[in-house]
Design a protein around this ligand. Structure first.
Ligand code: GUN
Length: 298
């Protein structure tokens, strides 16, 4: 059996096309396009490239996107001050603020992320938004987790009562995704196992997965023998590996072997990555709508 490929690019394009009329409408209402500010610290090539694709995608749907490039040598306090100044709109009106991760080791990422005003936290990483998600009343759902759920829903894969195994417990993907898939309603109601570096006998657990999500950042960790025959496998990893004298991108899934065991598998690139960007744009439109709503009485 060769698995169906879950194409994230096509789905992302569909989502982005649906956003265009919404952006037109909100632009008319507030007299300017929604605006996203991305804070990029240092010179990590992968981060710069992700940020560029976020900027380009935003512009394609009519969202204004600006990148604030900050030197690697910045301190936590300086970065907090910068993020707060952006939040106070000292650099122009802003609907969504995103601090690209990872930050340099000497910066306390948690403190910086908590400086983003929660009503403009389009990454959903602020403690308030993480708390709302955990209570089943999400505001901004972290983009990659939201993208994985969209991919599952779009593929018509049932989650209710199914066993989802997530490998990786990060605040960015694993934890929010576990909450999302275990929450009530369509695309939820799953039984979720959250595996990590201390999980004993990982393979025995991943082999039980109706849906297996790899979000751990270890190139090609998931091999065919770790997959339930006929299961759905979603690869969140983006790893650059050396291949002879060239380098190439691979996921956390060994695609070439897993494709022979699974019913469906997402590729890297062209799988979850484009959906992460599409979800960021959805969150930015949501932020612009919510912030610019007429105040209610009382
Ligand atoms: N780095 C890797 N993924 C993400 C993401 O979803 N948001 C941000 N801000 N940084 C990231």
């Amino acid at each position: 059996m060769t698995a169906k490929q879950l194409n994230g690019r096509e789905l992302a394009q569909k989502i982005q096309q649906n956003l265009v009329p919404q952006v037109v409408e909100i632009t008319r209402e507030i007299g300017r396009p929604p605006r996203l500010v991305v804070v990029l610290v240092g010179n990590v090539a992968a981060s710069a490239s992700y940020v560029k694709s976020k900027e380009a995608a935003a512009k394609r749907v009519g969202i204004t996107a600006d990148i604030f490039s900050i030197p690697e040598s910045t301190t936590t306090a300086e970065l907090v001050a910068t993020v707060k100044a952006i939040g106070r709109e000292e650099h122009g009106p802003v609907d969504g603020i995103l601090v690209q991760l990872p930050l340099p080791d000497h910066v306390d990422a948690r403190t910086v992320l908590d400086a983003v005003p929660p009503d403009r936290d389009v990454d959903g990483f602020h403690a308030e938004n993480a708390g709302l998600l955990s209570q089943g009343r999400p505001r901004f759902i972290p983009c990659t987790a939201a993208g994985v759920q969209k991919m599952i829903l779009d593929a018509g894969v049932e989650t209710r009562g199914k066993h989802v195994v997530i490998v990786g417990r990060s605040d960015i993907v694993g934890k929010p995704l576990a909450l999302l898939l275990a929450s009530r309603g369509p695309g939820g109601d799953a039984t979720v196992s959250l595996c990590h570096s201390h999980t004993a006998n990982l393979k025995a657990i991943t082999r039980q997965a109706d849906i297996l999500v790899a979000a751990v950042g270890i190139p090609q960790l998931i091999t065919a023998d770790m997959v339930k025959p006929g299961g759905v496998v979603i690869d969140v990893g983006i790893n650059r590996i050396q291949d002879g004298d060239k380098s190439r991108l691979v996921g956390d899934v060994d695609y070439d072997t897993v494709v022979e065991a699974a019913a469906a598998v997402s590729p890297v690139p062209g799988g979850v990555g484009p959906l992460t960007v599409a979800m960021l744009l959805e969150n930015t439109v949501l932020a612009a709508k919510e912030r610019n709503k007429a105040p209610s009485d009382g």
